[in-house]
Design a protein around this ligand. Structure first.
Ligand code: ADP
Ligand code: MG
Length: 700
């Protein structure tokens, strides 16, 4: 078949001639893909032939080895070649399930085929016909059975068959078949994206072969070579894209801080800064002296004192005559930040204001006027800071707290309000350095790896709920000494009902009426109005509440040094890093603090994870363990890192390749800083594709 005749068999728009054949062709023009299937493919993010070829399988099943019935073992998943002996009538089981059984044999024995809820199954089998089936071997030692076997088509035999991430209505077999058609008809159009010198230096396979083999490898080794190249390419594209964003930042004009002497600031603090805090402020000062906008991440465990570092930067902005903004993820945190900054910066006459969604129209108007005419030096707030009517007089520094809750887009929207302000990002999610370099590739990094002195490690215990009386009396006893406690539950109220899981609302009622009736209790949860939440939080911080019952609204940043007990019910429902953040809410003062993890998950992986927390107080260790046991997909959910989606690479498990890709990116950019060299055309277009839905405007 020639290319021409092949092509005319597809449903093509009139002007879609052979000459215009290209990988951007809509997938619906591919043979076997109609309107309906195209919509299903769209759900997988596949809209063009090119995107289809880049839709990689996760794993393969081996159809190449055909087993004899007699040699199969119970529990094996394998292919058999059988002749259909007899078909029974389909029957309806009690409960409505449809069941169809047939008998089949090969030279070595017979087996039963059982299909559930498959109305097409009877027609797919013809007595006397031979066919290849793939499935899991069940039944008994004497009588083999395959349940819901898959019929292996002729063209699928003798091969490792790709298994794709699926959507309802689209099977791996259909995807594979569509990919095969695409490869046959369009495969020749695949152009190499990597320059020769990179292919050679890292011994990588060419793109055409890699794409063909990632879908249809003949051997495991074929698949591995293809994977290796595609992972490398993807990580390289990601790294280059991040570098371009970073460069984009450096081409602009930022306010130059001529005075970066922060001695006055540190002298006025009620404590002396740790070495790590001082080093971070120094690094920030260096950035601020340049006309290039700072883009720096300050990473430090909970309680390491990031706020004092950020306030140092605000101090510098002030003495240079500039305004600052601090953006926090929740109203609660914004309010607390406003107070903390106020306290730290008061000696210098810095005027701090809070803008949140709950500021009423009139005071809001006044506040905005003061902001515009420069009477306010530091504005603290939530997303409300990026509303269009918020105008600054001369904003030059933006501090973003807990970066993982903000997307890159929000950051840049805020940046657009000033004249390329310096940006400081604070994060309490400790991640390994190579990973941080990738995720925050557009940022420089300062690490606060030292805790303020005098901190006692939080004693962490893992108990089951049968000890409830005991740990609740522990809370009562400490309240007697004037200490406060947090009680955290996974759910807000019973409307979310999960079996055996406590909700904050109900638990609050139980505790108030029963075991903690002698104490002053408060309740906060995500469904409450911001103003109500604030009232309760304030009462807790003022020590007019002994025990704060809550959901994880207290997770980020809230600071009450007088709280010494963190009790977490149904601890198995939280991620390790989340639990570590919660634990960081206590141990902030001089008194010994405790974290009590309650869970009835015994001898399970969940219990193992909780035990791990009792053994370490280092956020870096916790993150590492979390990454290893949960995998990066969960640990670095998209929402958390804000990176583009990856199709094949895995930021944690492919760390070595990540390292190589970072090295290659440096080499490439050394000679072609903006990727305009024709050698890098392919890479540039892959970067555009990857970052398309990701504020691509910032990539030059
Ligand atoms: P995080 O890094 O979690 O944001 P914070 O900035 O909230 O930590 O600081 C935690 C607590 O430690 C605060 O109460 C703060 O006042 C205190 N703190 C910060 N730096 C120091 C220091 N160098 N010495 C003593 N206490 C400090
Ligand atoms: Mg903080």
């Amino acid at each position: 078949m020639t290319a021409d005749s092949r092509f005319t068999t597809t449903i093509s728009p009139p002007n879609n001639t052979v000459e215009s054949r290209n990988l951007n062709t809509d997938i619906r023009y591919l043979k076997g893909v109609g309107e309906k299937r195209a919509q299903l493919f769209a759900k997988l993010g596949v809209d063009t032939i090119g995107a289809l070829l880049r839709y990689y399988p996760r794993r393969y099943v081996d159809y190449s080895r055909i087993y004899e019935i007699a040699e199969t073992e119970l529990g094996d998943t394998c292919a058999v070649k059988v002749t259909v002996l007899q078909k029974k009538n389909p029957i309806r089981l009690p409960g409505g399930r449809l069941m169809f059984k047939a008998e089949a044999c090969d030279d070595s024995g017979t087996m039963t085929l059982t299909y559930f809820n498959n109305k097409y199954a009877p027609a797919s089998l013809t007595v006397g016909n031979q066919l290849v089936l793939y499935g899991k071997i069940g039944g008994t030692l004497l009588r083999r059975e395959m349940i819901n076997p898959v019929t292996v088509h002729d063209w699928e035999q003798n091969a490792l068959m790709p298994q794709y991430p699926l959507t309802a209505g689209l099977s791996s077999a259909v995807i594979a078949k569509t990919v095969k058609t695409a490869l046959d008809q369009y495969g020749d159009l695949i152009e190499e994206t990597l320059p020769d010198y990179i292919l050679e230096q890292y011994c990588l396979q060419d793109l055409k072969t890699s794409i063909a083999n990632i879908h249809f490898p003949k051997t495991d080794a074929d698949a591995e070579l293809a994977r290796r190249r595609l992972i490398f390419e993807e990580l390289l594209v990601l790294q280059l894209g991040m570098s371009l964003i970073k460069q984009g930042n450096t081409s602009k004009n930022a306010a130059v801080f001529t005075n970066t002497d922060w001695e006055g600031y540190s002298e006025a603090l009620p404590f002396s800064l740790t070495g790590a805090q001082a080093r971070s402020i120094d690094e920030i000062s260096k950035d601020l002296r340049r006309n290039v906008p700072m883009a720096r991440l300050v990473q430090g465990d909970v309680g390491s004192g990031k706020t004092a570092v950020a306030a140092g930067a605000v101090y510098l902005a002030h003495i240079n005559g500039y305004q600052s903004a601090v953006m926090a993820p929740t109203e609660l945190l914004a309010k607390q930040h406003a107070e903390t900054f106020q306290k730290l910066l008061k000696p210098f006459g810095i005027n701090v204001a809070l803008l949140s969604g709950s500021v009423k129209a009139k005071p809001r108007k006044l506040l905005l006027e003061q902001l515009k005419n420069g009477e306010i030096d530091l504005l603290v707030g939530t997303h409300a800071l990026i509303s269009d009517d918020v105008e600054f007089s001369n904003l030059s520094l933006v501090v973003v707290d807990e970066q993982h809750r903000f997307g890159v887009e929000q950051r840049s929207k805020l940046s657009r309000k000033g004249i390329d302000p310096h940006v400081l990002v604070m994060s309490a999610t400790p991640i390994p350095r190579t990973l941080a370099l990738m995720i925050y590739g557009d940022l420089d990094i300062s690490v606060i790896d030292e805790m303020p002195p005098g901190r006692k490690a939080v004693k962490t215990y893992f108990v089951d709920s049968s000890l409830r009386q005991r740990y609740l009396s522990f809370i009562v006893q400490h309240a007697g000494d004037g200490e406060q406690s947090y009680v955290v539950c996974p759910l807000v109220d019973e409307s979310e009902a999960l079996e055996n899981t406590l909700s904050a609302t109900e638990y609050f009622d139980d505790l108030r009426k029963g075991p903690l009736s002698s104490l002053r209790l408060g309740l906060v949860h995500g469904k409450m109005k911001p103003a109500e939440k604030l009232k309760v939080m304030n009462a807790f911080i003022d020590n007019s509440i002994d025990v704060l019952v809550s959901t994880t609204v207290i997770e980020v940043g809230v600071d009450n040094p007088n709280a010494t007990i963190m009790l977490i019910e149904n601890a198995e429902r939280f991620g390790l890093s989340e639990l570590h953040q919660l634990r960081g809410r206590v141990g902030r003062g001089k008194t010994q603090s405790y974290c009590i993890l309650v869970s009835d998950a015994k001898n399970s992986p969940a219990a193992e994870r909780l035990k791990m927390l009792t053994k370490t107080s280092s956020g870096f260790d916790v993150a590492k363990y979390d990454l290893e046991t949960r995998g990066p997909g969960d640990f670095l959910g998209k929402r958390q890192h804000g990176l583009p989606d990856l199709g094949i690479a895995d930021l944690v498990n492919d760390e070595h390749t990540l390292y190589n890709a970072q090295e290659a990116a440096v080499t490439i950019l050394k000679n072609d800083i903006d990727l305009t060299n024709p050698l890098h055309k392919g890479l540039k277009s892959e970067i555009d594709k990857m970052f398309e839905t990701y504020g691509a405007s910032s990539i030059n």
